[in-house]
Design a protein around this ligand. Sequence first.
Ligand code: IPM
Ligand code: MN
Length: 365
Amino acid sequence: MKKIALLPGDGIGPEITKEAVLLMEEVGAVIGETFQFQEGAIGGGAVDRYSTPLPEETIRLCQHSDAILMGAVGGPKWDRLPGHLRPETGLLGIRKVLNVFANLRPVHLFPSLSSSSPLKEERVKGLDLMIVRELTGGIYFGQPKERRTVEGKEVAVDTLTYTEDEIERILHVAFKLARKRKKEVLSVDKANVLESSRLWREKAEQVALAYPDVTLTHMLVDSAAMQLVLKPNTFDVIVTENMFGDILSDLGGALAGSLGMLPSASLSENGPSLYEPVHGSAPDIAGKGIANPVAMFLTVSMMMELSFGFTEVSRWINQAVEEALDEGYRTKDLTVGDEKWVGTEEMGRVIREKFRTLAKGERNG
Ligand code: IPM
Ligand code: MN
């Protein structure tokens, strides 16, 4: 039995979490595993009900589960609240409490979506990279983080700090991952300006010595953003600090056809991992039944592989997504011109059906 904490959150979070649960039930039925689901409050919904974006009970639930699946947090309703009550603070809080410092964000262009990408087909063809984003340090968490009044003027302060330990451990994750891929690590920083980036670069050089079979290169983040648009398919493993990883992964979403396609896994050294799609709560389309459930399905796929070692299940989910796309199924975000599209539930149903067929076929064959 696997205990899975569900944190549906705000906006489209609940709609796509519902689809993910149906998928995991299907997985359970096919492989004879029981998934036990327990729901926790996080984000704006939690602020409304418990006056905090991260109730203690949610923290306990997560700590006592085998894996955590999160939808999304945030929305205009809570945008004017002070920092400690913002929905996003709940998400940052749970990342910190669980110490999930390694955020893996694969950016993969499914071949039949090449026309959904804003880039020319020949440029984006073969896009398949992995952003390894540091998730529990940097400017998101550094102290002080506050408002002050200085000589009668309002001043806002954020602090970008990294310890060598924080930098080293995320680099090790990237180098280990690179060994399973093309044996290339690209470390992205802003070492021409930031002291924290200069330490990052030094540590990258040091850590690289332990991986003589992996090539390390460096790129400044502004240049990396440009190169990602110019030659996205030349990238493999990218490792970078928290905020750069946040920004570059949305760029990756656009390249892959839609942010609605990108999954992510957030891992700690030990303890349960947190799985979250890269996209946000999309309040503008919440409740309309048109959200793309694919990022969430691919996120479940990562959970199956990384938390439970169900590599076949993971492969079947990915393949089911690919087949549905190949057959022309699209959610609205993926359409070009006046292409036909299906809603969240229909897309979910089609992919689950394909998953079932694939799984049964292979298990009997
Ligand atoms: C993400 C999101 C979050 C982040 C927000 C919601 C706090 O943009 O997971 O990419 O910035 O990390
Ligand atoms: Mn983001």
